[in-house]
Design a protein around this ligand. Sequence first.
Ligand code: DOR
Ligand code: ZN
Length: 372
Amino acid sequence: MELGTEARTQAAAVGGPPSLEIARPDDWHVHLRDDEMLAAVAPITAATFRYALVMPNLVPPIATAAAAADYRQRILDVVGPPSEGREPFVPIMTAYLSPELDIGDLRRGAEAGIWRAVKYYPAGATTNSEHGGSSLPACGAVLDALCEMGLPLLVHAESTDPTIDIFDRERAFLDAELAPVADAWPELAVTVEHVSTRAGVEFVADHPQVRGSITPHHLRCDRSDLVANGLRPDLYCKPIINSADDREALVAAATSGSPDWFLGTDSAPHPTSHKYTDRAKPGIFNAPFALPVVAEVFHRAGALAHLEAFVSLNGCGHYGYPPSGEKLRLTRVAEGCGSTGEPIPDSVVTADGQQVIIFGVDEARCWRIEWL
Ligand code: DOR
Ligand code: ZN
């Protein structure tokens, strides 16, 4: 595979602006919603990403193979066919693991190629998680079936114990629930979704069967950004954005080049009416500028040579897909990030008038992206 970014990263060495070519990226964790919101956001994800692992937390949850097949078709309908010469966008469906999950249906869906993973939400941890579980180790029958079918388990790793501080809940879940599961099911392939803490980074490093996705916002922000200069509902998500030390650990993991780590944007659109209200809903809409945000993080870490592994290769390796044959070029515009020359929107508006704020506008001004 002639994909080594290192050789193609021309940067300070030649004195010009950083510029690199990478394979088309993938998003290994995205919320596309339904109806008008789906129509507004799915084409945005499809414009950049080749594969997208689609989360099932709709109302009601996507928990049968038939519901997943219908949802996949609704996604493909709003995205439409690829333009001339482009590879198609591939939504990959996940099953919502609730206590009622029908293992026979799960098996048939997997055999039919509809499911490619199962998602566990602790009930009450986040948006539309009410149908999730109250104990991961208690889901033994499903975990047995996943091992047998070779399907990976995706975990929202966040304790819902109200006595545990919100900033400690990832570690608490990993220690109390995922560690015993990893020990008891050593064949189970696990992704800790949207890892948000140093404890999460260490957990992945310590468990060969476990990998981790990381979001643009957890790489870019820490909790001071969330609350220090006015409360920012647009930066509120689950798991909560954590400390500067946690962010440092996430950046080190993502930029390391290790195959353990890949991009999952957790792009999760909520209308402003649900964000700027007495109880903001958790979720950050970053799909439009996820790539420039991550590129800027890698640039500042001096690690652009590992960008392609994180956004385009490692997830494909973990989930068993060939990387995209399409390429794009990222070029950082001159110091100051004045403008790429393109208009940069700061929100999208759905056909029924819901406005959604976009994360990453500043970084979008820093990076020009061209399809090759
Ligand atoms: O912040 C989040 N929003 N985290 C999740 O896990 C779910 C997501 C959503 O669906 O809005
Ligand atoms: Zn999510």
